[in-house]
Design a protein around this ligand. Structure first.
Ligand SMILES: Nc1nc2c(ncn2[C@@H]2O[C@H](COP(=O)(O)OP(=O)(O)OP(=O)(O)O)[C@@H](O)[C@H]2O)c(=O)[nH]1
Ligand SMILES: [Mg+2]
Length: 572
């Protein structure tokens, strides 16, 4: 059975797209998922990038095993030359030896990457070989130090190379084939890499022919129990029967198929991606963040930002400003003496422009520059929010985050996403009060301009006042003339006092009646202005809630969904 035919063929392009998808996943979740959870996947990405950029024509096969199992002996036997010293002193091989077959592509970068010392690099196949070694062209065979060595640097070297090579050939011997360290510490780790694992029962010549079968079956059983089903078990010997022909044939088929490197990387990506699956295991909720939650947030923000105060002030300001224009002229000054409720809060009531000062009759009053009207960034003098209001905002923000983290089918999103949602909801919270304040100060409350009907009524008021004044002056002139004994003016006798008196009282009465008649209209207008201000301010607050709290949460939710898609693409 070949290594290549045991596994599904790995398509190089498909593998590259899986690697790209895994990289995308890491980019998306970077900063959200703790770095230590991503470290193994990052290592796999780095390694696969390097291996793919190096020779694709070569297959790197490592002979791994305990000391004295016969790795160097088999290495030399396959090479046909005594390249790696075989000894009785244990351990013998301290550094990795490499033998390369074929001269088609330089293997220096590959061997540099593998960290094989230059003194231990050999090239097999010379002109003298003819086509004898053709079957192994492309093989880079490594003789590793012992993995269970008393020398720690041997173990480190083996662990490093076992993560880099394309195929691992485990060399076991009849005495130690059942050794726990081999099975528990090493072979079990290759369960996901079964396609690139081969096990040899070396030194089989030491066993009776009938025992070889029995021991091989026992080894097979141990491997199956460890999850390594389907891994080839080959009895071999470096010095006698059954020899190493089966191993050589297996290596030839592996090298020809050129699949081992891709299978190794594909298995690495599968393992790395599989470890990350719990991070995005639950599908994100299909439903968007619901309107009710956004509304609760808007209400909480509106209360904290003092919207009800501004709404109340808008109604009062309407009455105040309308009264100052349409009221009885003799009492208008009283109205003007009172402070404007909106201006007292430093709310402009218009987009970036100051509220227009009240006019005297139809004429606009000379505008005076007051500091708050000239301020480049409007900011209200609304009282700061209370602790209870701030708590309500925090609670509403949390419920948006909770909603996003709810996931689908009543499954909460896995950690750390619920915390990430909460962090997103709070990410701009510090800027929210100022932004709200500016927005409220700039919201056009519809009071920037005087209403036309105010001006018409104001004009009538001033006309009536003029009539009354004419009557008053007339009466005054008459009075002075009669005191001085001057002759009467040429007017009909009956109208001597009637006309000026009628003018005076008619004018006054008309003005008074007019101010009484318009009062219900002013009240109606004030209520309307109140409703409109409430709507506009809540709109402005809602926009800020969406932009500064809901949008970051949605963005995080989108990242989660994208990360999930990327990992699914990396896993396939
Ligand atoms: N009978 C028999 N002896 C073998 C076989 N393979 C190796 N030996 C002997 O076992 C001893 C160790 O062989 P090495 O090839 O040095 O073993 P190794 O696995 O490279 O050992 P380290 O380099 O220490 O890890 C030597 O004396 C070899 O002659 C085999 O298949 N049959
Ligand atoms: Mg050796």
């Amino acid at each position: 059975m070949t290594v290549a035919t045991r596994a599904r063929r790995v398509d190089g392009e498909r593998l590259v797209s899986r690697v790209v998808a895994l990289r995308r996943f890491i980019e998306i979740v970077d900063g959200t998922v703790p770095p230590e959870r991503l470290a193994p996947a990052r290592t796999v990405l780095e390694r696969s990038g390097q291996r793919l950029s190096l020779s694709g024509d070569h297959t790197v096969v490592a002979l791994a095993g305990a000391t004295g199992s016969g790795k160097s002996s088999l290495f030399n036997k396959i090479a046909g030359l005594p390249l790696s010293p075989v000894g009785v002193r244990r351990p013998t091989t301290a550094v990795t030896h490499a033998c390369t077959w074929g001269r088609s592509e330089p293997t220096t970068p590959l061997l540099d990457w593998l960290g094989v010392p230059t003194g231990q690099r050999f090239t097999r196949e010379s002109a003298l070989d003819g086509d004898d070694e053709a079957g192994l062209r492309g093989l880079v065979l490594l003789d590793l130090p012992d993995f269970d060595s008393v020398e720690e640097h041997h173990r480190i070297e083996v662990d490093r190379l076992l993560e880099q090579v394309d195929l691992v050939v485990w060399v076991l011997d009849p005495q130690k084939y059942a050794d726990k360290v081999v099975h528990e510490r090493y072979l079990k780790q290759f369960v996901s890499h079964r396609e690139i694992t081969v096990v040899l029962l070396n030194q089989s010549d030491r066993l009776a022919v009938t025992d070889v079968e029995r021991v091989a079956t026992d080894l097979r059983r141990l491997l199956d129990a460890g999850g390594l089903t389907g891994v080839p078990v080959l009895p071999t010997s470096a010095v006698g029967l059954p020899g190493s022909d089966d191993l050589r044939a297996l290596l030839e088929r592996t090298v020809t198929a050129r699949q081992a490197a891709l299978q190794r990387l594909a298995a690495d990506v599968t393992v790395a991606a599989g470890e990350l699956v719990p991070l995005v295991a639950v599908p994100a909720s299909e439903a968007d963040i619901d309107r009710a939650s956004v509304r609760r947030l808007t209400d909480a923000l509106a209360d904290a930002a003092g919207v009800p105060t501004v709404v109340e002030a808008t109604e009062q300001a309407y009455k105040h400003r309308a009264g100052a224009v349409t009221g009885w002229p003799l009492l208008q000054w009283v109205q003007r003496m009172r402070p404007d409720p909106l201006r007292r809060l430093h709310v402009q009531g218009g987009p970036g422009r100051p509220a227009r000062p009240p006019t005297i009759g139809l004429l606009p009053r000379r505008r005076r520059a007051s500091p708050e009207l000239m301020a480049p960034t409007p900011a209200t003098s609304l009282p700061g929010s209370t602790a209870a209001e701030r708590a309500a905002v925090a609670l509403a923000g949390r419920s948006i985050a909770e909603r996003a983290a709810a996931g689908s089918q009543a499954n909460r999103l896995p950690d750390p996403w619920p915390d990430a949602m909460l962090a997103a909801a709070r990410s701009r919270l510090d800027d929210v009060p100022d932004t709200l304040d500016v927005a409220i100060a700039r919201t056009d409350l519809g009071l920037a301009e005087q209403k036309l009907w105010w001006r018409v009524v104001g004009g009538l008021q001033w006309a009536a006042a003029l009539v009354a004044l004419t009557g008053l002056v007339w009466l005054a002139v008459r009075f002075v003339m009669s005191v001085l004994g001057l002759p009467d003016l040429p007017t009909p006798k009956a109208g001597i006092l009637l006309v000026p008196t009628a003018l005076l009282f008619g004018g006054l009465l008309f003005g008074l009646l007019l101010s009484i008649v318009v009062r219900p209209f002013v009240h109606f207008g004030a209520k309307r202005a109140r409703r409109s201000a409430d709507r506009k301010l809540r709109n402005a607050v809602s926009n800020i809630a969406m932009e500064m709290i809901v949008a970051p949460v949605r963005e995080t939710l989108r990242s989660y969904a994208n990360a999930r898609d990327a990992l699914a693409a990396a896993t396939q």
